[in-house]
Design a protein around this ligand. Structure first.
Ligand code: GLN
Length: 197
């Protein structure tokens, strides 16, 4: 059984833990370097990317996390987590960290300030069992990707809609909150990726 950590500095931690356990993984919360050392993969949850960025410093996790990412730890960033994994952030704070784990430019709060939240049934490449009901909350989108990044879903399910799910090797990012709504298929996919890594 794989052990998957959920970065628990802030944000949607408990829901991810439940979805991971439902998907056959051992789930643990990660707040310290020692806890990060013990996991086979990591979820960086939704929340607030600028706050999480500051807390990475406060908890002395920035360097250990950067090292694990560089060494190929399977990682999935959702919403604020997607922002943290980017190689470049648009509309972020100038001092916020980006972990450079996915070759993508992410626009923070991209769906517009007035649209706090919207929901949509998304076609996600490779996901069996039909559309995935995606909940977006002050969500980012991916403005552009490098050649090694596979686009898995676009808002509106159109070929030119904003990119909202991507994968580069064993690193995934989604703009939406897959832990909301009880559909654990994406968690099951990630557990499979961690198991195969
Ligand atoms: N807008 C948030 C940020 O900048 C992300 C929102 C979320 O994770 N639900 O981090």
């Amino acid at each position: 059984m794989v052990t998957i950590g959920v970065l628990a500095l802030q944000g949607d931690v408990a829901e991810h833990v439940r979805a991971l356990e439902k998907s056959g993984a051992r789930a643990s919360v990660v707040r310290r370097c020692r806890e990060l050392d013990e996991v086979d993969g990591l979820i960086i949850p939704g929340g607030e990317s600028t706050t999480m960025s500051k807390l990475l410093d406060a908890f002395d996790l920035l360097d250990p996390l950067t090292t694990r990412l560089r060494d190929g730890m399977p990682t999935w960033g959702t919403c604020a987590g997607m922002i943290l994994l980017a190689s470049r952030i648009l509309d972020g704070r100038s001092d916020q960290h980006h972990l450079d784990a996915l070759d993508m430019v992410v626009r923070r709060n991209a769906f517009g300030r007035q649209v706090d939240s919207y929901e949509e049934d998304l076609d996600v490449t490779g996901l069996e069992g039909g559309v995935f009901h995606a909940v977006f909350i002050r969500a980012p989108w991916v403005e552009s990707v490098g050649p090694r990044v596979e686009v898995l879903a676009r808002a509106g399910n159109t070929t030119d809609g904003p990119i909202v799910a991507v994968r580069q090797g064993n690193v995934l990012a989604t703009s939406f909150h897959p832990e909301v709504g009880g559909d654990a298929r994406l968690h099951a996919c990630f557990v499979g990726i961690v198991g195969a890594a």
